[in-house]
Design a protein around this ligand. Structure first.
Ligand SMILES: Nc1ncnc2c1ncn2[C@@H]1O[C@H](COP(=O)(O)OP(=O)(O)OP(=O)(O)O)[C@@H](O)[C@H]1O
Ligand SMILES: [Mg+2]
Length: 335
């Protein structure tokens, strides 16, 4: 359904061009949930905005292709992109105000969208809008319909946006940190709602989140991004059972474990993601990697397939059978 192929994305500032995403490739099949994880600034949102053609006037896909069905999204007209955004791809943004129009009431926006995309009559569209608002846990939905976006709390706006995105039954739903601002009960409810929609309609979902717990429960496949690159891709079971990239292992080790409540088991990866202007030579993770060798400092590794469906960008993979630590199950690595 969607194929992102060797995409590079840059932004033009006053005097220079800055590359935010160096190389990202992945595919999403109908009915599948692809998770994207990585620390802040790794390029997750920029990647998803590029699919929607929403990089703004300074942002550009510099290399690669984005195929949606048989259309190349980096080449289609702005008008066609607008049609696709309304009908076929929906996005739930990190910041809800970006997709709610401040000058129309919630009801107005929802009813118009539903009438347009699902070809419903006004009365049916209104009932359906209220039903969707109820489904995302909004009480007094018919009153909320009369409100303007600014009158609602952040969590409420987020739920309205989710209801709008799900209402039109898109082929692809891109959800960028959809539930981070919400409390845990509503979060679980919304993830459930997204999964129900998916079962009924073969909707594909790209789910971007910091929360590996959410990934474990909802994703089929996962890509891990670091500093504008994909560093690992695997199905969700393999990724949790046998993470290969030291960065992925670090992310796994930083998940809090309930069973270790009394011990301090929460480990975080030392250091931080390098800025776009300070990308290190060689492997981009080498400055934070405890296994880095001379080669890692000098040469950039490629994303290589190590098993069917499991890809890793790490020099140590070549030495994996000999390597004392990598290749062992996660439990033995967490100390
Ligand atoms: N409009 C823009 N102009 C210039 N640089 C940008 C723009 N949007 C994003 N960037 C840069 O691109 C890089 C990737 O940002 P992005 O928002 O994709 O990160 P992210 O992985 O989504 O992080 P977070 O988890 O915090 O949402 C960052 O260095 C960011 O500063
Ligand atoms: Mg983001």
């Amino acid at each position: 359904m969607l194929e992102v192929d060797h995409v590079k994305i840059a932004f033009q500032s006053d005097k220079e061009e800055v590359t935010s995403v160096e190389e990202v490739s992945f595919a999403v099949n109908p009915g599948e949930t692809l998770g994207i994880v990585g620390e802040s600034g790794c390029g997750k949102s920029v990647t998803s905005l590029s699919i929607m053609g929403l990089l703004g006037k300074n942002g550009k896909v510099k290399k690669g292709q984005i195929l949606f069905g048989d259309e190349e999204l980096t080449k289609v007209s702005e008008q066609r992109l607008r049609e696709i955004r309304g009908n076929e791809i929906s996005m739930i943004f990190q910041e809800p105000m970006t997709s709610l129009n401040p000058v129309f009431t919630i009801g107005n926006q929802m009813i118009e969208g539903i009438k347009l995309h699902l070809k419903m009559k006004s009365k049916d569209a209104k009932d359906y809008a209220i039903e969707m608002l109820n489904k995302v846990g909004i009480p007094r939905a018919s009153e909320i319909m009369k409100e303007y976006p600014h009158a609602l709390s952040g969590g409420m706006r987020q739920r309205v946006m989710i209801a709008m995105a799900l209402a039109c039954k898109p082929k692809l739903l891109i959800a960028d940190e959809p539930t981070t601002a919400l409390d845990v009960t509503i979060q679980a409810q919304i993830l459930q709602l997204m999964q129900n929609l998916q079962k009924g309609s073969k909707t594909a979902i790209i789910l971007i989140t910091h929360d590996l717990g959410v990934i474990a429960e909802t994703a089929d496949r996962v890509i891990v991004m670091y500093a504008g690159q994909v560093v690992e891709e695997a199905d969700v079971f393999t990724l949790f059972k046998d993470p290969k990239h030291p960065y992925t292992q670090g992310l796994m080790a930083s998940i809090p474990h309930l069973e270790y409540e009394n011990e301090q088991r929460l480990v975080s990866i030392p250091g931080s993601v390098p800025g776009v202007k300070q990308m290190p030579k060689g492997c981009r993770f080498h400055t934070r990697c405890q296994y880095a060798t001379e080669r890692c400092q000098q040469e950039q590794p490629e994303l290589e397939q190590i098993q069917e469906g499991h890809k890793v960008r790490c020099w140590l993979m070549e030495e994996a059978p000999l390597h004392p630590v990598l290749g062992k199950p996660k439990e033995e690595l967490v100390t």
